[in-house]
Write a protein that binds this ligand. Structure first.
Ligand SMILES: [Zn+2]
Length: 393
């Protein structure tokens, strides 16, 4: 299968020439990102072609002027209107030949040697519209096909470096993305049941869940929200990836536990007593208790067994330094990021009023002033681009 996705080239969107040309690589993965810019109706591209080109230009400008990079950091951009645009120069030409262009989107060599796709929006809870989703599938199908990448190697930015990117919602959709790409490529697909499915198989699933005291609601063969919740609880209980999708791993445990049950109880909301762990492994133990009501109790007990010095070293070594602010910031926000924003604006000679952490009209006006002074679109919303330019100004 050839590369069939329609991608707007750097030439067509009016990219600036790169400061230098980066070498080609043999890609192993596809790395999915979000731009952390506002969602519709305040999206930067406004779903239009002209907006998409303008977004590509402003990101390139931020990456080159703000970060001092050679060119756009990503290889491809997918906007809210479902427009696909080349990022770093030569990415399109290279991928059609099964190569990628070394870029700067993933924070590690391993990721940068593979094509990175920026998806316009902030997908922490917000869900991507169908246009944009279909464009993403289309692009991944073309890349996997041209570069012979297994769809299972479609990863999120957070798989390569510590970041929130591509947002919890979009990250949770990667199994669906892999499956859709696999299907489009005509590769064999394991049957996966998901919300929206109906039929006997769903009914069987509901019966198995119910027999194991995970309440899926009515046993009606309709995979609705109640069934998803029961599946997620079941997956958490058994240390599986809690994605609410019933694939081979979830099925086999459902069936195995069902066979083990001597006297199945009916109804009730008390989960099964955990089976004895076959191996003492802290990570497995943690996965086993994750999300259960007695998780806190279990961790507190464990904590009492550990030396204070070990806990101290552990927390210093693994403390989670926030690597990104929770963007976008916009009017109405009140938090410490806003305070930092106001201080940065003041430092740049703009007047957001007092640095009180409250994003009001005056702060918005100062943001607009700053954006215009840097050639950015003056929308008064601080997304990744504005934030990075501001921090490096
Ligand atoms: Zn990212």
């Amino acid at each position: 299968m050839a590369f069939t996705a329609s991608v707007i080239s750097t030439k067509e969107w009016g990219a600036s020439p790169p400061k230098s040309w980066t070498p080609e690589t043999l890609p192993q993965y596809i790395v999915i990102h979000h731009t952390a810019t506002p969602n519709p109706p305040n999206d930067i591209s406004r779903g239009t072609l002209a907006g998409a080109k303008s977004l590509a230009r402003s990101i390139q400008k931020a990456h080159m002027d703000g970060f001092g990079w050679a060119d756009s950091g990503h290889n491809f951009l997918n906007t809210t209107g479902g427009f696909l645009l080349e990022g770093r120069h030569s990415s399109l030409n290279a991928i059609k030949r099964g190569r990628s262009v070394r870029s700067a989107h993933a924070g590690t060599n391993k990721g940068n040697e593979s094509p990175g796709i920026e998806n316009e929006g902030t997908f922490t809870t917000y869900q991507m519209n169908a246009h944009q989703w279909n464009a993403l599938v289309e692009l991944c199908v073309s890349i996997c096909s041209a570069a012979k990448i297994d769809p299972d190697n479609i990863k999120g930015h957070r798989d390569f470096s510590p970041t929130q990117c591509p947002g919890n919602w979009l990250y949770s959709q990667l199994p669906r993305l892999r499956q859709e790409v696999r299907q489009r490529l005509g590769l064999s697909v394991e049957e996966i049941l998901r919300e929206g499915d109906t039929g006997l198989k769903v009914k069987e699933l509901q019966q198995l869940l119910k027999a194991q005291n995970f309440n899926p609601g009515p046993i009606d063969g309709i995979f609705g929200a109640g069934t998803t919740e029961a599946v997620i609880s079941f997956q958490k209980f058994h240390g599986l990836d809690p994605d609410g999708l019933v694939g081979p791993a979830t099925w086999s445990i459902l069936e195995r536990v069902s066979k083990q049950q001597q006297k199945p109880t009916d109804g009730g909301s008390v989960p099964l007593t955990p089976q004895p762990l076959s191996m003492i492994n802290l990570l497995d133990t943690y996965k086993y208790y994750r999300g259960l009501p007695h998780q806190t109790q279990a961790i507190e007990w464990l904590q009492q067994q550990l030396a204070t010095q070990s806990l101290l070293e552990f927390s210093q070594k693994w403390r989670n330094e926030p690597s990104e602010p929770f963007l976008p910031l916009q009017e109405g926000a009140v938090n410490s990021e806003v305070k930092k924003l106001q201080q940065l604006l003041q430092k740049q000679g703009f007047d957001p009023g007092a640095a009180d952490g409250a994003f009001g009209a005056r702060t918005k006006a100062a943001v607009i002033g700053f954006q215009r002074s840097k050639g950015l679109e003056g929308d008064g919303i601080v997304g990744t681009v504005t934030w990075s330019v501001l921090n490096l100004a």
